[in-house]
Design a binder for this molecule. Sequence first.
Ligand code: MRU
Length: 399
Amino acid sequence: MAITDLPRTIQWVDGTVHMIDQTRLPLTGDLLVVNTVEGMVTAITSLAVRGAPAIGAAGALGVALWSQTVGKDMPAADDAYLDSANAACDALANARPTAVNLPREVENQRARLLADAAAGRTPAEIHEKLVAAAVQVCADDEAANRALGAHGAALFEGPTNFLTHCNAGSLATSFYGTALGVIYAAFEQGKVNHVWVDETRPVNQGGRLTAWELLVAGVPSTLICDNMAATVMREGWVDAVVVGADRICANGDTANKIGTLGVAVLAREFGVPFYIAAPWTTIDMNTACGADIVIEERDPREIEGITVTGGIEPDSASLTMGLDALTRDGVADLPLTKGHTMQIRRKGGAYAFDGWFKNTPTHVRVFNPAFDVTPAEYIAGIITERGVFAPDALGDALG
Ligand code: MRU
């Protein structure tokens, strides 16, 4: 059990992108091989890859995929080439609206491509550079996380009880994590007593991903429902809250997973310092304040029911024959009552299932914002690879 046992979240492998399918964690550790821009957009919107720095990497790698599958074989970096590149960049940049890392990394790739095309480089030459740049985004992200982890760990003196919300761990980045990066660095220094993990309804990034990561890394932790955070703080069992960020505005207002604002308000009420941990790429000096952030609203079904995925390992020839027959033409949709859905597909020598079970009334009205904004005044410090800053001092840090 160690941080080194965690998988690489996303990486370029032989002209394709390999990622851990986070919709299936922690019950199945599926590797998703993505080899088209359309596949990458689906991976981002479906949350197979998620977390601000990880979708930034996905955006950069997505542009490299466009080049791999379309651009590099075009005869010249002409208008047709640029039209195709721009369409791919637009689709990737707009896949999710809130985290700034995604459009930032896609626009960096687009700018590179446009400059090289204007300079008369060939599609093959541009391809080399796009792939190298995307690989570098992943490496830089890990380096930033390790550096911010060290800065964050230095804030704490002795064994500390942390609370975190959502997953700002290794899985939300190329590797290591932001909020969990701080916790991993503190753990290596013997400064972690315990970590409280908010479940993070409705998609359960805390319960599914953070709880799993901390177990793999050997960090002592306890999972709680979101509505239990007040109790553990009231009991005095939390010394510090550390969470990640999707977009930090020029004035320090910070968007993060829905529920973060509630945790920040509780932390202030109970006198617990509330920290944001994020790489500099999550800071958006072009967005003045939280009111200017577009908050993603997601599918109501995330609230109307629960998703369960898993595998079937048949233990008899007759069951195997039945499942083979069911999945002969691909994905089998089983007829279920009450609006539930169940799909079964072949997977290697076994079978995988995806179930969605409705547990709310039919026609219920649902509001499902994926993020909220914590005002700067609730934030004790923003932990970055450049050091720890007061939320109103980000501009000064730029010099
Ligand atoms: O919807 P998600 O899972 O992409 O939301 C992720 C978060 O809100 C994280 O806390 C944030 O991106 C920081 S990840 C280092």
